[in-house]
Write a protein that binds this ligand. Sequence first.
Ligand SMILES: Cc1cc2nc3c(=O)[nH]c(=O)nc-3n(C[C@H](O)[C@H](O)[C@H](O)COP(=O)(O)O)c2cc1C
Length: 170
Amino acid sequence: MVDFKITVVDLSYIQEGEMEKMNVKVVYHSGRSGNTRKVAEAIAESFHIRAERIGKEKIDFTAPVDLLFVGDGIYFHKPHRKTRAFLQGMNPEIVKNAAAFGTYGNQLEIGALIAALLREQQISIAGEPFTCKGDSPGTDNKGHPDAMDLENARRFAQKVAASLKERGEE
Ligand SMILES: Cc1cc2nc3c(=O)[nH]c(=O)nc-3n(C[C@H](O)[C@H](O)[C@H](O)COP(=O)(O)O)c2cc1C
């Protein structure tokens, strides 16, 4: 009988180390229910950074950002006015790429709406937007974003970052 052991080597740190070379930022707006905040924090934690809240703190854009994640809920069919105003000030010289994420009652196009606002500022969009349900009266979204939504958000974010890195190496 052949006696052998399988050793599982965790190489995830290599990928994380590579990601840290990119300047990644996560900004978001979130209302009282805090749904988008949860998604923003999950994404930011996956890069070991802090999510910054639009309209609540001064967000510094002096250094170029390789990948900016922008998130919001949807309110009366639109991203919040604070997010819209914030995005109008975006500069493609500073923000090299951006990816959108959002939470919704039933209109998952929040991601596409944010991406469209970024495009209006000539910002290059990375990946498809990520959206998930957000707990909201009048919907059956209770408990969302849940653990699976947050895991999907982390995966989305890491995948977008990895795709940019691959593009850079071509
Ligand atoms: C005032 C208000 C208006 C909303 N309007 C919409 C809407 O037009 N379409 C939709 O799908 N969801 C709508 N929602 C649901 C929110 O988009 C959803 O709860 C989202 O997760 C909120 O994110 P937040 O908790 O980060 O603010 C609305 C919620 C509020 C409080």
